[in-house]
Design a protein around this ligand. Sequence first.
Ligand SMILES: Cc1cc2nc3c(=O)[nH]c(=O)nc-3n(C[C@H](O)[C@H](O)[C@H](O)COP(=O)(O)OP(=O)(O)OC[C@H]3O[C@@H](n4cnc5c(N)ncnc54)[C@H](O)[C@@H]3O)c2cc1C
Length: 328
Amino acid sequence: MSKIFDLVVIGAGPGGISAAVEAQLAGVDKEKVLILEKSDAHNETVRKFYKHGKRVDVDWNGIKAEFHGHLTFTQGSKEEYIKQFDEIIEKYNLKVVYNHHVYAAHKKEDGIFEIESNHELGVIKSRKVVVAIGVMGKPNKPGYKFPPKIRPRLNFNLDKVCPGEKVMIVGGGDTAGEYAYGLVDMNLECDVTLNYRKSEITRMNPTNKEIVERYIKEGKINSRLGVDVENVEATEDGKVKVNFKDGSSEVFDRVVYALGGTTPTEFLQNCGIEMADKWTAKHDPKTFETNVEGMYVIGDVVEGAQSIAVAINHGYYAALDIAKKLGN
Ligand SMILES: Cc1cc2nc3c(=O)[nH]c(=O)nc-3n(C[C@H](O)[C@H](O)[C@H](O)COP(=O)(O)OP(=O)(O)OC[C@H]3O[C@@H](n4cnc5c(N)ncnc54)[C@H](O)[C@@H]3O)c2cc1C
């Protein structure tokens, strides 16, 4: 690891993988391209936050997918999506180092970046860096406090849900909808409630909206739409008492928040990247290069949650610019 890479990509999600593939295709020596991933597998966001069997939509978040570069994916289940990326990594023989959590990358006086992490691989150096770490490292939390006693029952995905539990899902977007009807479809005999502060479902795609509205009508999902949560407290037997802003309360075994993720501003600032606003890293809209010359941001980290296709396209444009500037 003492050599200097041409390109180090931080994060092995769709954006990061796309950047590494496209750099190779644009002429960057594949031996000099490295991806560093903090978890033990690629696409951690998909593995951790998508429910089992979830349909991975190509059009997502109101964004119609168009692929500008060489990489695409086809609509299928979460498991099929992961398989497609297993095959991409194998096909292009990408070098990915897993369990490698990066804290920042700093440009030294010689113009070379040093990548800081908690790993014993020595200092990793690179001429160019792509930051593709997404936003789900820090899922959004509601404004109220989580009492310590019930913290294990306040979750951000469905992993901990047990059969027969009474569960409230909080959120108004596609993820909340998919969690709510997905939980019903898992046949775990759970009692499922969907809570969103607005009474109308406006942020879901038509498929998810139709299913959620139908399940509410059929009594498969209880609706708590149109009312916000004031706070949550622990009951004597350790369950979650949800106090709503309309004065009502209800006790649940578990509450799952599907509120998206937070732009990792601390990471970006540690790298010297300036923010255009609270959510948006300053970047060139054509190349995704930041104010730190040679350092790029792509995917969700650029300006908050987008889609897989958007991340893949960002990777393409960043890689083209990187390859050109490296002299290819
Ligand atoms: C529940 C849910 C459902 C969704 N469904 C769809 C859908 O059906 N279709 C669609 O197009 N989009 C969907 N999205 C959005 C989509 O997942 C994102 O837009 C996309 O994953 C963004 O890609 P990315 O490469 O920018 O980041 P991510 O996919 O988030 O990948 C970032 C990677 O970086 C790694 N990482 C983070 N920090 C570090 C660090 N410090 N050091 C090293 N590695 C790090 C992470 O472990 C992760 O592997 C969904 C999102 C959620 C949360």
